[in-house]
Structure formats: C-alpha cells, structure tokens
Design a binder for this molecule. Structure first.
Ligand code: UDP
Length: 324
C-alpha cells in the first residue's frame, strides 16, 4: 500500500514513516523542509515539495498511486501564530484544503490528520475527553479545529474518510536513536531542559509557579512519539477496514508538572543546572491531561512508554543532535 506522508521529514512524521516502513507500507514523503530535515526523511522516498503547490501534488498522486494520506505539515508555534496569523491560516488551513481537494480529484479518500489538544483551549474538565467543548484560544489551535470541521463536512459530502488525532504533549525519540526532535527555534520544555543539562543553555525557566496545581507549575500529559506512531498505524488499519471517520485524543492519561520534568531530567542525567522562576507564559492552561479511552477501546491502542522512557530516549537523541 502506498502512503503519502505530507510532512514526513518532521518530528512526528519521521517516526511514523519508520514504523510504516517496518510494517511493510510503501512510504512517499512530501515535505518542503521549512521545518523538517532531509536527514529525518530516511524511511521512504523523499520528494521536496509544498502542499500549497497543487500542480506538483497532483503529479505525486498520479505517479505513485497513493492509497492513503497522512498530513503532518503544519506550523505549530503558538506565539508565532498570534504574531503572524496569516502564515497559519494560509498553510495550516488553505494549503491543507488544497491537499484534500487534490486527494479527491485523484480518487483518494482516506486521511490521517494531526490535530492537537489546543482545540480545547482552557478546558473545564480534566482529564479531557473528546466531547469537551472546543474553544481554541490562539490562531494555531483555531486552524486545527477549523480543519477538523472541514474534514467532517468533506466526509459528509464526498465520502471522505478521516481519522483526526488530537496529540497532547508529543515527546521522546526513536528508541533506536535514529530520529528525534529538532525544532528550530526550540520552544518545548523537555528539549530545552536537556539543553540546560548539556550546558548549552545557562538555565531553564519555569513559566509560572502560581498555578492551582500541587507544586504551582503547569501539568501536561507527555506522550512518547513512538506511541503516537503506533496510533497512526492503527488509524490506517481502522480506515482500511471500512470504518467511519473519527477523532481521538492521544495521551498517557498521567500528568507531570514542569518541576517534575526538571527533576526527572536532573535525576536521569545526573546533571545539575540553574532553574529560574519567571512569569507565566500567556495562554498556558494549568492542567492538560487526556482521557484516551476512546482510542484504547476503538483502535485497541495502548501507550507503551512512560516519562522515564521519554526522557531517556530524548536524552540519547539530544546528545547526538547537539554534537553534530
Ligand atoms: N515551559 C516552561 N519553560 C520552558 C518551556 C515550557 O516552564 O522553557 C512550560 C510551559 O509553560 C508549559 C509546559 O512547560 O506549561 C509545556 O510546554 P511546551 O511548550 O513543551 O508544550 P505545550 O504544553 O505548550 O504544548
């Protein structure tokens, strides 16, 4: 089966490509390398291209007889989406619709879409299930929720079948050490703490210590990137079995505070570094923890990795990345 992985040179996409290849799928990676890296696009045939380029996309569908599409190519920086919403609406929304239209024109109607916990905004109920109201609080989250609505309408009107996965905090790296996170600029907590452990950063800043949580810092649900990849394989199987369009949270169901993450890294690496307590970062909910019962039940998905594995695999990868 031929799987087009749009954004397959990025963090999550590259791990999914490796797992797809291992499972015997034929992978075609389509990525403009705006945030991805060719060195991460090693599992599949790499094609340099932009999902906004309809002509090239159309050729890819025709040349490779695509059966199913996975769509990972979105901008993901919340702060940037507030400063430059146009960039987000053009790429994450308009270009995504371009991809869906090209699929339909080529008779391809199966899609796995990367959504996010950001669609829930500041949720009232924790753990969060899929029916929690969708009130995204920034353009990034809004583009993702808008696309989910577009997909629902395409599904109703055109027999389009999709699975949308709402990721909580993707973290960790390939357990075999070949792939991992390489965001530029890096804004995520775990790689930044690892940089502090390596001495590349002078300190790590905690954004807010006055949240209504046991230690005052924000709590997040960190989910291993390989557990996300497993869910994507199950998503393909779900669609291939003729099931209806659906959406799922993907998280571990356990929360860790910023302080707990810092302590876990210090303990695991044996490195000490300075921790600064600073103001809250605007737009951060106090607690985000997933209820992923739906994916467990319907997709038979069970996350395999805990926070120690996440830190261990991320650390192995990070040391390699920073020594390049
Ligand atoms: N965070 C922090 N210091 C940093 C980066 C992040 O205290 O240098 C906090 C952030 O405020 C949030 C949590 O760590 O509460 C996870 O942030 P991240 O950006 O990794 O993911 P998000 O939850 O925003 O998707």
């Amino acid at each position: 089966m031929n799987v087009l992985v749009a954004g397959g040179a990025g963090y999550i996409g590259s791990h999914v490509c490796k797992m797809l290849t291992r499972k015997g799928y034929n992978v075609i990676i389509y990525d403009n390398l705006s945030h991805g890296y060719e060195f991460l696009a090693k599992y599949g045939k790499f094609i340099l291209g932009d999902i906004g380029d309809k002509r090239q996309l159309d050729l890819v569908f025709k040349n490779y007889k695509i059966d199913v599409v996975m769509h990972f190519c979105a901008y993901i920086e919340v702060g940037e989406s507030v400063q430059n919403p146009r960039k987000y609406y053009v790429n994450n929304l308009y270009h995504a619709i371009n991809l869906f239209d090209t699929m339909l024109e080529n008779g391809v109607n199966k899609l796995i879409f990367s959504s996010t916990a950001a669609v829930y905004g500041m949720p009232e109920n924790v753990p969060i299930d899929e029916e929690e109201p969708k009130n995204p609080i920034n353009p990034y989250g809004r583009t993702k929720w808008m696309i989910e609505q577009v997909l629902k309408d395409y599904s109703d009107a055109h027999g389009f079948k999709y699975v949308a996965f709402r990721y909580f905090n993707a973290a960790g790296a390939d357990p075999e050490g070949e792939l991992g996170e390489a965001h530029e600029p890096e804004t995520h907590l775990i790689p930044l703490v690892l940089d502090a452990a390596l001495g590349i950063r002078k300190s790590i800043k905690i954004f807010g210590t006055d949240y209504p949580t046991p230690d005052g810092t924000c709590i997040r649900d960190y989910i291993h990137v390989n557990d996300l990849a497993t869910a994507h394989i199950k998503g393909i199987e779900y669609l291939m079995n003729g099931n209806e369009s659906n959406y799922f949270n993907l998280g571990n169901g356990t929360g860790f505070s910023v302080r707990e993450i810092i302590d876990t890294v210090k303990k695991f690496t044996g490195k000490n570094f300075e921790v600064e307590e600073v103001e809250r970062r605007p737009g951060d909910p106090a607690i985000l923890i997933a209820k992923s019962d739906k994916a467990r039940k319907i997709l038979n998905w069970t996350p395999e990795y805990g926070i120690e594995d996440i830190v261990k695999h991320a650390w192995e990868w990070h040391k390699k990345l920073r020594s390049k």
